[in-house]
Design a protein around this ligand. Sequence first.
Ligand code: CUA
Length: 155
Amino acid sequence: MEVDLYERIWMWAATGLIVVFLGAILLTTGAQAIEPPSHVETIDPTTIPTHPEFGTPTITQRPDGSVVVPVVAAMFAFTPSPIEVPAHTPVTFRITSMDVIHGFEIAGTNANAMAIPGYVSQFTITFPTAGEYQIVCNEYCGLLHHMMSGKLIVK
Ligand code: CUA
């Protein structure tokens, strides 16, 4: 079959792009630990005020020393704030929203999850050094979205 030269060039260009895009996914997954969420857990957002875990979100330590941080995002704040966690310790964030979709990004790290009403987002991260981080909402959630931030203190 005779394929026109320009058609061949475009086919190879398209193939090259696909390879680049797949490579970008593999690179961010492998080298930067950027992954799609794998944790599916539902919650009735109307029960949050009296919920045993999210009603008064309290940072707890598991018997193995790791730390669990429940977080409630609501217009336009994160609870609890500030969040204090130890360094060199696996910290599991469990995040949900009371109203609309918010973001939960720990600035300067690769910790970034959506806070979705009806769902609990979860990820675990270990902070290598002590320091202070800003938590920002990176999903537009209303008029004061730009004011919605929290503080994380790693000790
Ligand atoms: Cu919450 Cu933007």
